[in-house]
Ligand binder design. Structure first.
Ligand code: XIL
Length: 307
């Protein structure tokens, strides 16, 4: 069980540190390893926030899942405000990946190498990397990450890719091609930012996991949260229903032979990105604003006890 971790509460809030250390075995830096944070100027890196998370995780014998090396968001001004040639962009991405992965070599044991490269319609997303380098940027990124740390497990990560649909089919084809070409890829991350209004197709999720297993790939649920703003009336109905979403996804993961982890995208509801990003209140996580466990927490514990 992992949790996305923010630097500020990690440094400032005892209760936050306590819940992380007691309840989770893996941490993913929620923002601290994003390009603009790590690499604010062309020849300047800032590892301080990421290092605070890595040190805390190591101190508590937790794993660290690095996130993300290549993404179309959170890019620094110096990068987006210049017209680069293809060769320059390749060199920037190569240096970024080699520097970052080598810096945490032996500490960060797995990475989201490429994040959100496919659109809902199954096409490759237009981005600075796709438009400037071409689709080979994906393969290059995995090869550089592997070069910098041959022991690290390397993932392709995306959202709305957990069940069977055009997007997950395209990802299945992409990672299959990478595997067949000998590109060092170890797994696929399912973000799973979902909500009570979504009907979970658990059989399709299992089938999707299994077809990736047949390619020799691991799956991890990398960013789970369950929005409650639609789907039930009272708060207690919302939270009870939310619990069934968490526990059925955990169950699906535990049953699959290749699903090796479930990370929630935050610790307590007041840290969640959802209210900021979607501009409405919500309570998508396992702990409430007082760090009290919610029904979803107990449902997860119960599922592990049944194992
Ligand atoms: C989000 C963070 O949670 C926010 O704090 C930040 O402002 C924006 O990014 N998919 C991803 C994550 O891969 O990195 C995003 O995290 C959520 C969606």
């Amino acid at each position: 069980m992992g949790a996305a971790t923010l630097v500020d509460p990690l440094l400032e809030d005892d209760r936050y540190r306590h819940v992380l250390a007691e309840e989770f075995t893996s941490l993913t830096p929620e923002n601290a390893m994003k390009f603009a944070r790590l690499h604010p100027e062309r020849d300047q890196y800032n590892f301080s926030g990421a290092t605070a998370i890595v040190d805390f995780a190591l101190e508590h014998q937790m794993q660290i899942h690095g996130h993300p090396l290549v993404w179309h968001r959170n890019l620094p001004d110096w990068l987006v405000e210049t017209d680069w040639t293809r060769e320059e962009l390749i060199e920037i991405l190569r240096q970024h990946i080699l520097t970052t992965v080598s810096h945490f070599q032996g500490q960060v044991k797995s990475w989201d190498v490429v994040n959100e490269a496919i659109e809902h319609n199954g096409r490759l997303r237009s981005s600075i990397w796709m438009d400037g380098i071409g689709e080979e940027y994906i393969e290059m990124a995995f090869r550089w990450a592997h070069e910098a740390d041959p022991e690290a497990q390397l993932f392709y990560n995306d959202y709305s890719n957990h069940d069977l649909r055009r997007k997950s089919n395209a990802i299945y084809r992409l990672v299959g091609q990478l595997k067949r070409s000998g590109v060092p890829i170890d797994g696929v991350g399912f973000q799973m930012h979902i909500g009570l209004k979504d009907r979970l197709k658990l059989d399709d999720i299992s089938r999707n996991m299994e077809r990736l297993a047949e390619l020799g790939l691991e799956v991890r649920i990398t960013e789970m949260d369950v929005q409650v703003h639609e789907g039930a009336e009272t708060e207690s109905e919302q939270f009870n229903l939310q619990a069934t979403y968490y526990s059925s996804i955990l169950d699906t993961c535990l049953v699959a032979r290749n699903c090796k982890g479930l990370t929630v995208w935050g610790v307590a509801d007041h840290h969640s990105w959802v209210p900021h990003f979607f501009d409405r209140p919500d309570a998508p996580l396992l702990f409430d604003e007082e760090y009290q466990p919610k029904p979803a927490y107990y449902a997860i514990v119960q599922k592990f006890l049944e194992q």
